[in-house]
Design a protein around this ligand. Structure first.
Ligand SMILES: NC(=O)c1ccc[n+]([C@@H]2O[C@H](COP(=O)([O-])OP(=O)(O)OC[C@H]3O[C@@H](n4cnc5c(N)ncnc54)[C@H](O)[C@@H]3O)[C@@H](O)[C@H]2O)c1
Length: 294
């Protein structure tokens, strides 16, 4: 049985990843600073992976075949900028270093679409939909920490026999959030759809947590046959918007006006075509099928 260690296993995405991997036949070990046993984990251990010694200890204790690294300060500006940068970069380094040094076979690191740099008044997309070739322009500690995490990942991909990849999941929606539970920002998903300024800042991107988890499972399956160090966007097949983005996006983010006409129908601003091409993965869920409308 494949043993997979998931960091950040108590989190919004971590809980879904633990479930998806265990349903796909992995023996899952959950590691988080927060104690608790996510349903489906074979074992859990509280550990602060910002401490390199603890990162080494969990690798040597559990000897996983794979690691899925999700642990992070996951919301921009939720902590001071210095703490967010230091924590997220240290976590990425420690987990990649400890995994490579102890002979873990494959590591998937969570990055973020925020590396692209949307959210400042001047930011302008070079083209739409955005793919993995689009330039990155991080402008805050969170997005910069994710760009560094990708660079840490590619550095270890070059230097070790361990296979690495990074995923940039779009705005993650946990199953209970479709039912009305508050999101990371405190509003509901229905409000996010009804008030375009809420989702517009991230270009109306989103993904169901279960779809993102299926992508992680597909990626672990394919890590040995794709080049090491690849980065993948993971988003829903449509935009989190009631109107086509060709119309809506320029109203909310005026700098997208020149590029937006390329988005036809319900197409999202980020494409996951690379994941479909290399991993055979596409998102199955949409707000149109998941949202419990009042
Ligand atoms: N939620 C999103 O919309 C989204 C989008 C793109 C990328 N991501 C990335 O995906 C990953 C998971 O996000 P999430 O929404 O599940 O976040 P979350 O905040 O729900 O979960 C993160 C988990 O990491 C744990 N953690 C933090 N510091 C730790 C440490 N030092 N040692 C061990 N565990 C630690 C936390 O306790 C928490 O349970 C993060 O890396 C995040 O940056 C999330």
């Amino acid at each position: 049985m494949t043993r997979t260690l998931v960091t950040g296993s108590a989190g919004r995405l971590g809980r879904s990843v633990v479930t998806a991997l265990s349903q796909a036949g992995h023996e899952v070990i959950g590691i988080d600073t927060v104690a608790g046993t996510p349903a489906h984990a074979a074992a859990t251990m509280p550990a602060d992976l910002a401490d390199l010694g603890e990162a080494y200890e969990v690798m040597t204790r559990f000897r996983p075949d794979n690691v899925v690294h999700l642990a992070a300060i996951a919301t921009p500006f939720s902590r001071t900028e210095g703490v967010t940068f230091r924590t997220n970069t240290q976590l990425a380094f420690n987990v990649c270093e400890a995994a490579a040094a102890t002979g873990v076979g494959g590591v998937v690191v969570a990055s973020s679409p925020t590396v692209i740099g949307y959210g400042t008044p001047a930011w302008t997309p070079r083209y739409l939909p955005i793919d993995e070739e689009h330039p990155t322009e991080p402008w805050n500690a969170y997005s910069l920490s994710k760009q560094v995490a990708e660079q840490v990942m590619t550095t270890f991909a070059r230097a070790s026999a361990t296979r690495f990849a990074a995923v940039r999941p779009c705005y993650v929606v946990a199953p209970e959030e479709w039912e009305g539970a508050p999101t990371q920002q405190g509003h509901t998903m229905a409000e996010r759809l009804d008030r375009p300024e809420l989702a517009g800042v991230s270009l109306f991107n989103y993904i169901d947590a279960r779809d993102a988890s299926d992508l992680v499972a597909a990626l672990l399956d394919r890590l040995s046959v794709i080049p090491s160090g690849e980065v993948f966007f993971a988003g829903a097949a449509d935009a989190l918007a009631r109107a086509p983005l060709a119309e809506l996006l320029p109203e909310v983010v005026p700098t997208t006006a020149a590029a937006a006409p390329a988005l036809t129908g319900n197409a999202p601003a980020f494409t996951s075509a690379k994941a479909e091409r290399l991993l055979g993965w596409t998102a199955k869920r949409s707000w149109r099928t998941e949202l419990a409308e009042a």
